[in-house]
Design a protein around this ligand. Structure first.
Ligand code: PMP
Length: 428
């Protein structure tokens, strides 16, 4: 008998795609770029856990600013002499660097400002104020920084429009059904944080933008706490405005960015008047400059822009994926260690968090806690973190907040928890 025909071998199933391993950061090498990290505080090696307030500057940023000041500084745009041309090239080159960082279509969409606060005020005064009136509503969320609350209250008081607030829940998350309920025919603008500075919550901004756009509502994203942890692509997000600050991205203070969709910026009146934002001036009338300069009155912060471009080179050189993965490991480790401390409550337990951990320790006011930690060399922020409504929601006057950046180590997480254990002893 003939042997039964063997069944044709089934093709081997395609192997499941192996997720790319999280890139690894050489933290010891990174730390060498930050001279301040090797100083001592009260006789102890500094443990800097306050980067959400202001990140430290690496040498390449300082060097870029120094080179600019030593070689090319002059006022921009109007000079025919070589230094002015070099300064202009450096400043406008920095703008293009930011454009690439955010993947914006054009440098006309990149405005240099002092920081996130100024960016949001610009949108409030130049976009919202001329358009909105009674019956119109601006929608924010319950976890916003004061910089994304107060400018809208000012517009409300100036125009008679109103301010709606989508609530957060006890984890510090934004329930989207509650948010969507507040998108009504009255809503004229949505303004939300990408990442909460007080809680660490990462908001689902993609879903927020698409729901708002489905109703024709533009969206501003406060990216102050996001850009140092993850790559941001304003075209993929499809947001209308995106704001961030240089000093939270390892860059200098006094420089920040407002990305704005060109069609919106083109329709908006200038926000401040003065030099550089004009084409012609007579006593009767002024014609305004083109984008982006229409929004940049006065001598801009050239050295800041140069430093910011260097900071972007720096983080992209390390890799934002690598930075984000490293910070997540520290966040997980810190969360696990802090949860073991009796009387410690973590405020902000969202499923998706950036590397910010806010907490209270029973029986110790956060300011006293901050002082004790400082005496151990551990720098954390204590207070309301410019998010008083968040503190009110959680029923605390303040929290202590540790935030982790590319240069922090597991050893520093242990130093934080050891210092917290000591604080418990002091107040027992
Ligand atoms: N928004 C958020 C979420 C922030 O964390 C901050 C800074 N703490 C700001 C806005 C304001 O940024 P700046 O002070 O640089 O203008």
């Amino acid at each position: 008998m003939a042997a039964p025909a063997r069944e044709a071998a089934a093709p081997a199933p395609a192997p499941a795609p192996v997720p790319a391993p999280a890139p690894v950061l050489d933290v010891e090498r990174v730390r060498k770029d930050f001279p301040i990290l090797s100083r001592t505080v009260h006789g102890r090696p500094l443990v800097y856990l306050d980067s959400a307030a202001s990140a430290q500057c690496p040498r390449p940023v300082m060097r870029a600013v120094e080179d600019y000041c030593m070689q090319s500084h002059a006022n921009v745009h109007r000079g025919v002499h070589l230094l002015s041309q070099e300064a202009t090239a450096a400043y406008e080159g920095a703008r293009d660097r930011v454009r690439r960082f955010l993947n914006a279509r054009s440098t006309r969409e990149i405005l240099f400002v002092r920081g996130t606060t100024e960016a949001i005020n610009l949108v409030a005064q130049s976009y919202a104020r001329p358009r909105f009136g009674p019956g119109d509503e601006i929608l924010i969320t319950g976890l916003e920084h004061h910089a994304n609350i107060v400018p809208w209250q000012m517009v409300r008081d100036q125009t008679g429009c109103s301010l709606a607030v989508a609530p957060i829940d006890r984890r510090g998350e934004l329930p989207l059904n509650e948010f969507f309920k507040r998108l009504t025919p009255r809503t004229r603008l949505v303004a939300v944080a990408h990442v909460s500075n007080a809680l660490g919550t990462i908001l689902p901004v993609e879903e927020i933008v698409s729901a708002a756009h489905a109703r024709g509502i533009p969206v501003l994203i406060d990216g102050a706490q996001a850009v140092s942890h993850r790559a941001v692509d304003v075209r993929a997000l499809d947001c209308d405005f995106y704001a961030f600050s240089g000093h939270k991205l390892y860059g200098p203070t006094g420089i920040g960015v407002l990305y704005g969709r060109e069609a919106l910026l083109a329709e908006m009146p200038p926000w401040q008047g003065g030099g550089d934002m004009i084409l012609t001036v007579t006593f009767e009338r002024t014609t305004y400059n083109e984008l982006p300069w229409k929004f940049e009155a006065g001598t801009p912060n050239m050295s800041g822009a140069v430093g910011l471009a260097a900071a972007i080179d720096y983080v992209e050189g390390l890799g934002l994926d690598a930075i984000g993965a490293h910070e997540q490991r520290l966040l997980e480790e810190a969360t696990a260690e802090l949860q073991r401390i009796a009387g410690l409550t973590i405020i902000g337990t969202a499923a998706h968090k950036a590397s910010v951990i806010s907490f209270t320790l029973e029986g110790i006011h956060p300011h006293d806690l901050g002082t004790i930690l400082d005496s151990e060399g551990v720098a954390v922020r204590t207070g309301h973190h410019c998010a008083m409504p968040v503190m009110e929601f959680f029923g605390v006057p303040a929290t202590a907040r540790a935030s982790f950046a590319c240069y922090n180590t597991r050893e520093e997480v242990h130093r934080l928890s050891a210092a917290l254990h000591r604080a418990r002893e002091v107040f027992r």
